[in-house]
Design a protein around this ligand. Structure first.
Ligand code: WT7
Length: 655
C-alpha cells in the first residue's frame, strides 16, 4: 500500500500470524455445513436465504424473497408469522415440550430447569396479562431487567402480542433509560425489584423510578420480584409481575405479524451523543439468527449451548433468545458475574451442565488469563466441543489461551464478527470447513457479500486493509434507526455508493481471510461495550467545572480499550485528584458505571487544528505513549508537550 492512501493511515497490514488450525476430521465429518455451501449460496443468494426462511413456521406464506429499494429492504414480502410461535409453540407441537429450553442459574446459586412447554405457558400467561392491561400490536415496551428467566419471557410475550421490545441493559443509569424510553415512546416498562451482581443488590426499580420523573409517556410499570426487598409501588401505575399473570390461562392467541413488522429496537452508541434505536423486523431477523446459529455453532440435538453475553446487548437477543429457541436448542442462562463467589464460576457451570458450545468475549478471555489457569484446572471441561468469540478483535495470545486451556486443544474456535446493525453473525468460520487463524474472523457467512474498500470506495486487493463494507442486503439487516430515516441513510449508506458501511477497519490477507482492526470512527470498545467518545465528552462537559473535554480509547490489557479523558476546566482551576475522581464518578452516574473513565488528565487547552477541530489522532498517540507525528497543523504546539507529560504521570500512577 502507498503511504498517501488514507485507509493505510488507519490500518496497517501486518500479518505476522502464521498458525493455522484445520477442522478436526471427526468434527468435519458430522458438521452441519458441508463443503460447497459457499458456492451454492453465491449461485443464488436469495434461494439460500429463502431455504432458511422456509424452516420457520408461517401463518401466511411470503410472495417475494426480497424487495430492495436501496437502502430500504423488505424480506419475505407479504408473509405472516409470530416470533414467539417460532421460538416455542412449534417445538411443543412437535412433541418436544419436555425438552429443556434453559438451565437457569442465578448468581446466588438458585437453579431452575425450564422446558419449552413451561416457557410457552409462562409467555402466554404474561402476554395475556400485557393484553389485559392494554399493551397492543404496534406498541413499544421497554425492558430493564436482570438476567433472569422473566427477561426472555417478557421479550417473547411482547412478540406474541405484537409489541416491539426495547431492552435496556441493566447496568445503564436512569438518564440512559429516559433517553431510550422517550425516543421510542414506550408506554410500558418491565423491570424487577432488584438484581444480583457480585453478591450486591442492584436497585433496578429505584433507578426506573428516577427515570419515570422524566418519561411522561409511560403508563404502566410491571415489576418482577427477584430479590424481595420492599420497593416503592405507585398505585395505578405499578404492578407486580405475579399479579399480572395471576389467573391468566396458559394459552394465548399470537398476533399474526407481517414479515416486516418491528420485532424489537435496540439502542447502540453512535458518534454523536444521541443513541440510535436500531430497528429489527420479524421474518428476516429470525431467518438470519436461525441460519447462523445452526451453521456457525454447528448445533446438534444433544448440544448444551451457552452464550455468556447479557441479553441487554444484541448478542443475547440473537444467541440466547431468538436463535437458540428458534432452533429448539438447550441453553444455559446465567444471571451473574464470572467471579462470584469465586473466579471459577464459569467453569463450574460448564462442568455441571456439560456445556458443549461456549460463546464469550475476548475481554472475558483476557480476564480469565489474568486470573490464572488454576481456576480453569479445578474443573472438568471435557464436554466442550466448540468455542466462540464475539465483541471485539481477539488477539492471537488470547485465542491461543482459549484454544489450549478452555478448549483442551481439541475445540475449533469461531471468531464471529457482526454488529447490532447486522442482527446476526456476518463474518465467521464454519467450524467443519474453515481453516482458522488466531485473530481472524475468516470468511463472510454464505449469502453475505463483503468487501474491503479504500477511502475512494475502491475494492482493495487481497493483502490490503481499509473499510469493511457489505455489498448486498441480508435478511437480518437493520431496517432503520427509529424515528431517524435520514440518519440511517447518512450513517450507513452515504460514504460509498451501494455499500453498507460498518465503520470498522479491516485487513484481508492473501487467502481472503478478514482481520478486524476496531472502529474507524470514534466509538470506544470497552469490555465489548461500544461507548461513544462523544457521549462521554458530553457527560464531562455537563459538570459545572468543565470547559471542554476530549475522550479517546487507550489500549487496555483487560478491557480492550479503556476510557481516557483530556479535560480543560473553567476559569483558572488547575484541577486536583479529588476533582478527577468527582468527574469520573459524574460520568459513571450519567452513563452507567461501566463508562467510568480509567484515565483523566487536566490540561489548559486541547490540541486543535486551526479550524478548531480537536486532534483526536494526536490524543490517541499521547494516550498510548507513542511518538508524536507531525504537529505543525496545531494552533498551539506547546499544548502537546504539556499534555504528554501529564498523560505519562497519570499512566504511571495506574501502574
Ligand atoms: C462492533 C459491533 C456483535 C455483537 C456484539 C457487539 C466489534 C464485534 C467482533 C469480532 C472484531 C468485533 C466491531 C463491530 N466486533 N465482533 N469478532 N472481531 N470486532 O455488537 O455493540 O453492535 O458492536 O463490535 O467493531 O462493529 P455492537
Amino acid at each position: 500500500m502507498t503511504t498517501n492512501d488514507h485507509a493505510s493511515d488507519t490500518i496497517e497490514a501486518l500479518f505476522k500470524e502464521q498458525r493455522r488450525f484445520e477442522p478436526p476430521a471427526a468434527f468435519a465429518a458430522r458438521a452441519n455445513a458441508k463443503a460447497g455451501i459457499y458456492e451454492e449460496a453465491e449461485r443464488d443468494y436469495l434461494a439460500f436465504w429463502s431455504s432458511w426462511a422456509d424452516k420457520l413456521e408461517w401463518s401466511a406464506p411470503y410472495r417475494d424473497v426480497l424487495e430492495w429499494k436501496e437502502p430500504f429492504a423488505k424480506w419475505f414480502v407479504g408473509g405472516e408469522l409470530n416470533a414467539s410461535v417460532n421460538a416455542l409453540d412449534r417445538h411443543v407441537k412437535a412433541g418436544r415440550g419436555s425438552r429443556i429450553a434453559f438451565y437457569f442459574e442465578g448468581e446466588p446459586g438458585d437453579r431452575r430447569e425450564i422446558t419449552y412447554a413451561a416457557l410457552l405457558a409462562d409467555v402466554c400467561r404474561f402476554a395475556n396479562g400485557l393484553r389485559e392491561r392494554g399493551v397492543k400490536k404496534g406498541d413499544r415496551v421497554a425492558i430493564y431487567m436482570p438476567m433472569i428467566p422473566e427477561l426472555p419471557v417478557a421479550m417473547l410475550a411482547c412478540a406474541r402480542v405484537g409489541a416491539a421490545h426495547s431492552v435496556i441493559f441493566g447496568g445503564f443509569s436512569s438518564d440512559a433509560i429516559v433517553d431510550r424510553v422517550n425516543d421510542a415512546e414506550c408506554s410500558t416498562i418491565i423491570t424487577a425489584d432488584q438484581g444480583w451482581r457480585r453478591g450486591k443488590k442492584v436497585p433496578l426499580k429505584d433507578t426506573v423510578d428516577v427515570a419515570l420523573a422524566q418519561t411522561p409517556g409511560v403508563e404502566r410499570v410491571i415489576v418482577a420480584k427477584r430479590v424481595g426487598d420492599a420497593v416503592e409501588m405507585k398505585a395505578g401505575r405499578d404492578a407486580w409481575w405475579d399479579d399480572v399473570i395471576a389467573g391468566q390461562p396458559e394459552t394465548c392467541e399470537p398476533e399474526a405479524m407481517d414479515s416486516e413488522d418491528l420485532l424489537f429496537l435496540l439502542y447502540t452508541s453512535g458518534t454523536t451523543a444521541k443513541p440510535k434505536g436500531i430497528m429489527h423486523t420479524t421474518a428476516g431477523y429470525l431467518t438470519g439468527v436461525t441460519a447462523t446459529h445452526d451453521l456457525v455453532f454447528d448445533l446438534k440435538e444433544d448440544d448444551i449451548f451457552w452464550c455468556t453475553a447479557d441479553i441487554g446487548w444484541v448478542t443475547g437477543h440473537s444467541y440466547i433468545v431468538y436463535g437458540p429457541l428458534c432452533n429448539g436448542a438447550v441453553s444455559v442462562l446465567y444471571e451473574g458475574t464470572p467471579d462470584y463467589p469465586d473466579k471459577d464460576r464459569l467453569w463450574d457451570i460448564v462442568e455441571r451442565y456439560k456445556v458443549t458450545i461456549l460463546y464469550t468475549a475476548p475481554t472475558a478471555i483476557r480476564t480469565f488469563m489474568k486470573w490464572g489457569v488454576e481456576y480453569v484446572q479445578k474443573h472438568d471441561l471435557s464436554s466442550l466441543r466448540l468455542l466462540g468469540s464475539v465483541g471485539e478483535p481477539i488477539n492471537p495470545e488470547a485465542w491461543m489461551w482459549y484454544h489450549e486451556h478452555i478448549g483442551g486443544g481439541r475445540c475449533p474456535i469461531v471468531d464471529t464478527w457482526w454488529q447490532t446493525e447486522t442482527g446476526a453473525i456476518a463474518i465467521a468460520p464454519l467450524p467443519g470447513i474453515t481453516t482458522t487463524k488466531p485473530g481472524s474472523a475468516t470468511k463472510p457467512f454464505p449469502g453475505i457479500l463483503a468487501d474491503i474498500v479504500d477511502e475512494a470506495g475502491k475494492s482493495v486487493p487481497l493483502g490490503g486493509g481499509g473499510y469493511i463494507v457489505l455489498r448486498r442486503p441480508w435478511p437480518s439487516m437493520l431496517r432503520g434507526i427509529y424515528g431517524a430515516p435520514e440518519r440511517y441513510v447518512e450513517t450507513y449508506w452515504s460514504k460509498f455508493e451501494h455499500m453498507y458501511l460498518a465503520g470498522d477497519g479491516c485487513n484481508r490477507d492473501v487467502e481472503g481471510d478478514y482481520w478486524f482492526m476496531g472502529r474507524i470512527d470514534d466509538v470506544m470498545n470497552v469490555s465489548g461495550h461500544r461507548i461513544s467518545t462523544t457521549e462521554v465528552e458530553s457527560a464531562l462537559v455537563d459538570h459545572p467545572a468543565v470547559a471542554e473535554a476530549a475522550v479517546v480509547g487507550k489500549t487496555d490489557d483487560t478491557t480492550g480499550q479503556a476510557i481516557c479523558c483530556f479535560v480543560s476546566l473553567r476559569g483558572s482551576n488547575p484541577g486536583s485528584p479529588e476533582l478527577g475522581d468527582e468527574l469520573r464518578k459524574h460520568v459513571g452516574d450519567k452513563l452507567g458505571k461501566f463508562t467510568t473513565p480509567k484515565y483523566l488528565t487536566f490540561t489548559q487547552e486541547l490540541p486543535k487544528t486551526r479550524s478548531g477541530k480537536i486532534m483526536r489522532r494526536l490524543l490517541r498517540d499521547i494516550a498510548e505513549g507513542r511518538m508524536l507525528g507531525d504537529t505543525t497543523t496545531l494552533a498551539d504546539s506547546s499544548v502537546v508537550a504539556e499534555l504528554q507529560e501529564r498523560a505519562k504521570a497519570e499512566a504511571g500512577k495506574e501502574d
